[in-house]
Design a binder for this molecule. Structure first.
Ligand code: GAP
Length: 484
């Protein structure tokens, strides 16, 4: 089902800016479903807006992106520590962080069809910028000035309610056995808060010297008014965050180094340079002193995949004030005490997953036919190689193919055996999954041509080129191609 329809079925507006872009996106959504990458959440019940499931191929691709991120941000660094904090946090955390008071989007409802719109996004469509820090009163004034130009994207009418600041935090009743729900435990609005809460534990147990970093991949939940563009804006998502704790005012060079480092990581995923760009924020969110986005050019245009934020001492100062715990760092050499400043990188895992899919998606011609192929970097591909017997009704070919498959699978678990349909169909299927290598066992493998005994046909996904390779060479060749 098309991504536009998924969202509309839940009364939320989700429209591509123009038909051609929407066509490419719909092809990617359709492939994601067809090949087991992404499923709509609760699909058999008609779906739940803004929630998606990663299918068997999707979870592999997702895990490979996470592994690459973890390697770059924990293993390849000397002064970064990994963390996996609990999702639920003391209710005061979200007051201290500013989310209870200031984490909202401006919402208006169409009086004709009841569609809900994000007013800042509708204003942006007509070239009017609404500052993130605007009060409810100010954004109402701005909206009133432009009401006559803003059409409901669902029914086309221009009849909206007043604008209301809608808080995005999602509440739970964890540990609350009353019916009032007065002191809710929130689901995380951003994953990074766990790092601030464990900062003191990390200092006490790891005795790190500043500057040091903490890296975490964690879930976040936001009651988005209009989830849109497939995985781009969802209500449940994962964030991969790093927080670098630095000395006050030593932010400038470190910030530039982080920007460069993050850019190189996107390039290491195989993402084309021309599809990436930096964008500095004009309107800073409540906690930031400086903020840059890394944007990817999706079929619908450039949009944010990661935020890099200079958060100064905002977070630790707030948690020190609200918790009453001393969160100052003591310099081990000088005994000087100070609240560290924080430089943050915060990446949306779903957005990067989508960027990787969009970047890998190609249609080309091979053997006189149009084919769809995902040109994924081999270290990200969910299936590294597929082993085929040329014919599935020849037991001797199947037995040899199974033997090669078992030998490879022992070392590379993401190898699959495929004997479904003819070889042409198997190639098409593996191209759509993004499998870099396919290996065919034929009669020559068994010695029909004695010179080719124990050799196989190895096909390269991107060029379609086939070459004859000894079975003994397969493992080293595959290992070298998937190494990061
Ligand atoms: N801790 C900082 C923070 O949360 P953010 O800019 O709100 O900053 C960081 O979010 C990243 O999380 C974004 O760059 C984006 O990739 C991802 N993200 C934010 N909201 C999202 C949503 N509703 N759906 C999917 N990804 C989202």
């Amino acid at each position: 089902m098309a991504w536009t329809l998924w969202a509309l079925s839940s009364r939320y507006i989700d429209m591509a800016e123009n038909a051609k872009d929407s066509e490419v996106m719909e092809k990617i959504v359709s492939l994601s479903k067809r090949r087991g990458f992404i499923f709509q959440g609760s699909e058999i019940y008609g779906g739940l807006a803004g929630i998606y499931d990663f299918g068997p191929r999707g979870v592999e691709l997702l895990n490979n992106i996470k592994k690459s991120w973890w390697k770059a941000n924990v293993y390849d660094k000397e002064n970064y520590f990994g963390l996996d904090a609990g999702m639920f946090k003391h209710p005061k955390v979200w007051e201290a962080s500013g989310h209870v008071g200031g984490f909202s989007d401006p919402l208006a409802e169409c009086r004709n069809c009841n569609a809900r719109v994000r007013v800042d996004k509708e204003l942006a469509k007509i070239g009017v910028v609404a500052d993130e820090k605007m009060s409810e009163e100010d954004i109402n004034k701005l909206f009133d000035e432009h009401r006559d130009k803003i059409k409901c994207p669902n029914c086309g009418k221009k009849d909206f309610t007043k604008v209301r600041a809608f808080n995005l935090l999602v509440k739970s009743n964890l540990g609350d056995f009353t019916s009032e729900g007065n002191d809710p435990v929130y689901l995380p609005g951003e994953a990074c808060q766990g790092i601030y809460l464990d900062y003191k534990n990390i200092v006490d147990t790891m005795q790190p010297k500043i500057p040091f970093g903490v890296a975490q991949i964690g879930k976040a939940f936001r009651n988005e008014i209009s989830p849109r563009n497939f995985l781009f804006r969802t209500r449940e998502f994962e964030q991969a965050d790093t927080q670098l704790f630095i000395r006050p005012n030593e932010n400038k060079d470190a910030f530039e180094a982080i920007k460069k480092d993050r850019w190189n990581w996107y390039r290491s995923l195989g993402i084309k340079e021309e599809k990436l760009r930096f964008k500095q924020h004009e309107n800073l969110v409540f906690y930031a002193k400086d903020a840059w986005d890394i944007e990817y050019e999706f079929p619908t245009g450039f949009d944010e995949v990661e935020g890099i934020h200079d958060r100064t001492d905002y977070d630790l100062s707030q948690h020190m004030k609200f918790s009453g715990t001393d969160l100052r760092y003591t310099d081990p050499e000088t005994a000087e005490k100070y609240i560290p400043w924080i430089l943050e990188t915060s990446m949306g895992m779903g957005r990067v997953f989508l960027a990787v899919l969009c970047d890998a998606y190609h249609e080309d011609e091979m053997g006189g036919e149009t084919r769809v192929v995902l040109k994924l970097a081999p270290h990200l591909a969910p299936v590294k190689a597929a082993v085929f017997p040329l014919l599935k009704n020849k037991p001797e070919l199947v037995a040899k193919a199974r033997e090669v498959y078992a030998m490879l699978k022992k070392e590379i678990p993401q190898v699959m055996f495929d004997d479904n349909g003819n070889v042409g169909k198997r190639y098409r299927r593996q191209d759509e999954i993004g499998t870099p290598w396919t290996i065919t066992i034929d009669f020559d493998t068994l010695g029909e041509n004695p010179d080719l005994l124990n050799t196989v046909t190895l096909r390269d996904r991107d060029s379609g080129e086939q070459k004859r390779v000894a079975i003994s060479e397969l493992l080293p060749l595959l290992m070298a191609s998937i190494r990061v």
